[in-house]
Design a protein around this ligand. Structure first.
Ligand code: GLU
Length: 307
């Protein structure tokens, strides 16, 4: 049996907010309740949006809350060569260069939509799928963005929170861009490779990533890295206006000046049994010993207020 390994993989495009904190806390408590290791990985491939200052702040916040990670922190921005090696080896036969701009694709889809209005009986096309204009163009892969053909079959997995899931990655994401023209590596490609190389066995993350999970399963198979054993997609936390807590919606950064209160709030939000207010370390120990996925099962949303 593999030692259970979980991870928290924030994109340091801002400070932690209550939404990202609950993801961190849930993955921490869950993997520790299984006696496993909790890794920390900074998903900072997009250097235009990520900032080292935010990474530093995330570390300080986690430390203030007593949520200490196991092993060394991985920074994806330092691992571009590894991702490119996979793109040039195992993933090479299924990738192709693409020169379609967003504008060109928008025009293509506008024409298609118009034709559908004229012929409503035609099967509705999926706007998200790339129409493969460049698949036979044999463009130089280094000088263009790179697309990867995802498999066109339905894959299922059991999600420990959301229940049985089925999806076809080709139908959902099409031939997705795995490396942008400016060489930035796509999130799910880097995450798939790193989860495999880090031997991650349990992934607990936000429900917003669920549409990419079968793509991740497919990529991990293509690169022959060990499969994730268990998946858990946490309900999204909504603010009082019903919007998802996110940096885009200007969610407030967490304030760790009262770490014990913050932990109690986050555990309450995650519908966990109450813990005694104590030092963060003791509260975490109690939270780990009481951890249960049950109250989250089947839920897609949680309210920031905890109600
Ligand atoms: N880096 C992603 C985010 O911050 C998380 C991805 C994951 O956990 O797989 O939203």
């Amino acid at each position: 049996m593999r030692i259970p390994v979980g991870r928290f993989a924030p994109s340091p495009t801002g400070e932690l907010h209550l939404g990202s904190l609950t993801t961190a806390l849930a993955s921490y408590c869950h993997i520790k309740s299984l006696g496993g290791d909790w890794l920390l990985r900074m998903e900072d491939t997009d250097i235009t949006r990520c900032d080292r200052q935010f990474s530093e702040q995330i570390l300080l916040d986690l430390e203030a809350l007593g949520m200490l990670w196991d092993g060394d922190i991985i920074y994806q921005s330092e691992r571009t060569d590894i991702y490119n090696d996979y793109l040039q080896s195992a993933l090479q036969p299924l990738s192709y260069g693409c020169q379609c701009s967003r504008k060109r694709l928008a025009q293509f889809w506008a024409v298609q939509e118009h034709q559908q209005q004229l012929n409503p009986i035609d099967k509705k096309s999926d706007r998200q799928r790339y129409p493969r204009c460049c698949i036979d163009a044999e463009l130089n892969k280094q000088h263009h963005k790179l697309r990867l053909q995802l498999p066109d079959y339905t894959t299922g997995f059991i999600d420990g929170i959301q229940g049985l899931q089925w999806a076809n990655p080709q139908q959902t994401l099409g031939d997705m861009v795995v490396r942008r023209q400016d060489s930035t590596i796509n999130y799910i490609l880097a995450a798939s490779i790193d989860d495999g190389l880090q031997n991650v066995s349990h992934i607990m993350r936000g429900l917003d990533i669920l549409p990419m999970t079968t793509a991740q399963i497919a990529i991990m198979q293509m690169v022959k890295l060990p499969a994730i054993e268990r998946w858990y997609h946490l309900p999204l936390i909504l603010n009082s206006e019903g919007q998802k807590l996110s940096k885009q919606n200007l969610a407030q950064p967490i304030n760790t000046s009262q770490p014990s209160r913050l932990l109690a709030t986050a555990l309450h939000l995650l519908k966990q049994p109450a813990v005694d207010i104590d030092t963060p370390e003791r509260m975490l120990m109690q939270a780990v010993s009481q951890w249960t996925n049950k109250p989250l099962q089947g839920l897609e949303q949680l309210n920031e207020s905890g109600r």
